[in-house]
Design a protein around this ligand. Structure first.
Ligand code: ZN
Length: 445
């Protein structure tokens, strides 16, 4: 039984291609033609009326359709040709990128409103695209920091390949970006660029104690070595520090960059208040608004946009952010989509969710080495006191959210196969949860 993602149908020369589920796995199928030999996979049939039926609603055996005009209609099959079933590997994703330009990440310089949609599991992007596709918002689908790569055991190649398969599956042709997030050294920048990433977020926080000149010197060096003369989006971030970025500091950095002829796409200051993971803004919203307004003006005057990190779930300040920047802003989100995966587990596999929750609490202290949060576990109800129907309420509890958000290294290590199995079986429900949550983050354009 094959379930086809109808938006994935595409033609390359005489080869028809699409993504489908078969026996619980997700694959690319390619019919005989130009693309057949380029992709790695196994031949799964041809005209036998069984393996050869590559679509739902196939016409009677022997009738060949969709091959003379290059238009392959939904539900049509390719008959009389060999069919290959190809795993969604990094190698095959590179072939897809070479055949279909729309599957390559691109610069987002020309787009005002952009959103980073980090996807720790590599399963969420189709759900995000189903929301974004109708909106004038550019998605940066592939976005991971070195910290997240390490804790999830992934590579930049894996992250980019997941985005490639997502845009292919959804037939999304409006462009997406790939952000090497929070890179701190030239080696990390080189690694992300070598993998084809189109955005570099240079984390300059460690240089702050040496003064703002040191920050700009580091940024200028990296820019001159890797970015100048390319179309790469260059973001400079100073958000992961205790020092709130004043307007004067921002102007100093902006002037130093301008003098060195460095063109940044975005800059992430450290705003007043707390931007913690997966929960709403904490702090004085009036003060935040006042400071954001200053930063937005500096950014506008210098031809770049503000970037807001840990931007998920900041519902009390989204209206301020979108109004004061006039929607010229980059908003980064990531772990909140992982929490929607856990919400899906809480609803559809309560037993698994209970075990995840327990492991998360057990490893909280270790996880806090990597993330700054101010959870109070006393506010989290004992899971044994909750019946299954109430488990999803933990995903609405700020303290539980923070704990579940930052402990993914441990919960994934313990339950990765079960989590992936659940999200694959409940794919549509997972996408729906992602879509519902993401929609709350977007401006009303
Ligand atoms: Zn950041």
């Amino acid at each position: 039984m094959r379930e086809i993602y109808e938006n994935s149908y595409i033609q390359h020369g005489s080869s028809t291609m699409f993504i489908a589920r078969e026996n619980g796995g997700k694959y690319l199928f390619v019919s005989d033609g130009e693309a057949y030999d380029l992709l790695q996979g196994v031949r799964v049939g041809d005209t036998d009326g069984n393996g050869g039926n590559i679509a739902k609603g196939c016409p009677p055996q022997g009738e060949r359709v969709g091959d003379t005009d290059g238009n392959v209609a939904k539900g049509n099959a390719v008959y009389g040709s060999a069919i290959k079933r190809c795993p969604l590997t990094n190698e095959n994703s590179k072939v897809i990128r070479s055949l279909f330009p729309f599957t390559n990440p691109v610069s987002h310089k020309k787009h005002a409103c952009t959103i980073g949609l980090g996807d720790r599991l590599g399963l969420a992007s189709p759900g995000h695209l189903r929301v974004i596709k109708d909106k004038n918002i550019f998605p940066v689908l592939a976005q991971q920091s070195i910290r997240e790569l390490t804790l999830t055991g992934r590579t930049y190649e894996d992250v980019l390949a997941a985005a490639v398969w997502a845009v292919f599956q959804e037939g999304y042709k409006s462009g997406y970006g790939a952000d090497g997030d929070h890179l701190k050294s030239r080696e990390e920048v080189k690694m992300a660029l070598d993998c084809g990433f189109t955005m570099i977020t240079l984390d300059c926080s460690e240089h702050i104690p040496n003064g703002l000149t040191a920050v700009a010197e580091f940024a200028i060096d990296i820019y001159n070595e890797f970015i100048r003369g390319t179309d790469i989006d260059f973001e400079l971030s100073v958000d992961e520090t205790q020092t709130v970025t004043s307007a004067e500091d921002h102007i100093f950095i902006a002037n130093a960059l301008k003098k060195a002829n460095v063109c940044v796409t975005s800059l992430a200051p450290r705003f007043p208040g707390e931007f913690q993971k997966g929960i709403d803004y904490r702090g004085d919203t009036t003060e935040f608004e006042k400071e954001l307004r200053k930063h937005a003006k500096i950014a506008l005057d210098n031809g770049y946009k503000l970037s807001v990190h840990s931007g998920s779930d900041k519902f009390s300040v989204f209206p301020i952010i979108y109004r004061e920047t006039d929607c010229r802003v980059h908003l980064k989100t990531a772990g909140t989509h992982w929490l929607e995966a856990l919400r899906t587990a809480a609803v559809f596999n309560p037993d698994l969710f209970r075990r995840i929750h327990i492991v998360a609490l057990e490893h909280l202290k270790e996880a806090k080495k990597y993330y700054h949060i101010t959870e109070n576990t006393a506010n989290i109800p004992a899971i044994d006191d909750l019946d299954d129907g109430n488990l999803p309420t933990l995903l609405d509890n700020d303290d539980a959210r923070q704990v579940l958000h930052i402990t993914y290294e441990f919960t994934l290590a313990a339950f990765k196969a079960e989590i992936f199995d659940l999200l694959n079986r409940r794919e549509d429900e997972y996408y729906d949860a992602l879509a519902k949550h993401l929609t709350k983050h977007l401006p009303r354009l």
